[in-house]
Write a protein that binds this ligand. Structure first.
Ligand SMILES: Cc1cc2nc3c(=O)[nH]c(=O)nc-3n(C[C@H](O)[C@H](O)[C@H](O)COP(=O)(O)O)c2cc1C
Length: 189
């Protein structure tokens, strides 16, 4: 495993092959923005959602809801509303927070962490299934939140956190960590 920090703050990375399967999947998850036209099967979509809903959440409130989009016209409209997400996936999963299910004040904003954990689980599961994926941020950019809420007909109290674009990859990116020992503090800052 890692042999400790080097003078420049970077740790020497262990050989990729020595990592556990989970670690390898974490390192292999990279943002993929080019997809083939091959569709993602409903069975695979279900597995992705199961991975998402295996995430931890504050007080196990599970404040997440997911809008699965595979309609070509709707996907087109979605990417036009997300100026930083103008890629063409065959599938998008919009991860939303249901504020009524969220942890009560003062912990209400835990919903963002809960939904982010679910989103990351989906990205990792997609990687493990050989799919490419990228997270397109929505919340807290008001313009994006309003545009996506209107497009998907989200009721009040359902807030879109991010759109996960998923599909069969048409590009490859190398596995890596971005480990930086200068970001780590022991027993206090
Ligand atoms: C909250 C969040 C929002 C993001 N929004 C976008 C986005 O709008 N467009 C995009 O191309 N990538 C987006 N990304 C992906 C990041 O650009 C990407 O994770 C980062 O460059 C690191 O690369 P990697 O995912 O390959 O490790 C977002 C990622 C996160 C976590």
């Amino acid at each position: 495993m890692a042999t400790g920090p080097q003078a420049d703050g970077a740790a020497s990375w262990p050989p990729f092959e020595s990592l556990t399967a989970v670690e390898q999947t974490i390192w292999r998850r990279r943002s993929i923005r080019r997809f083939t036209e091959e569709l993602v099967s409903p069975e695979v979509v279900e597995r992705l959602l199961m991975a998402g809903m295996a995430a931890p959440s504050a007080s196990n409130r599970r404040p997440w809801e997911f809008v699965v989009i595979d309609d070509v016209e709707l996907l087109d409209k979605l990417q036009h509303r997300l100026v930083l997400g103008r890629y063409r996936p065959p599938l998008a999963i919009v991860v939303c927070g249901n504020l009524k299910r969220a942890y009560p004040p003062p912990g209400r904003d835990f919903w963002m962490q809960d939904c982010s954990a679910a989103a990351q689980n989906i990205l990792l599961a997609a990687t493990g299934l050989g799919l490419g994926s990228v997270w397109i941020g929505i919340h807290p950019v008001g313009l994006f939140v309003r545009a996506v809420s209107q497009l998907l007909g989200l009721p009040r109290g359902i807030v879109p956190l991010g759109a996960l674009y998923i599909g069969h990859p048409a590009e490859t990116r190398p596995p890596r960590t971005q480990h930086d020992a200068t970001r780590v503090h022991h027993n206090g800052y």
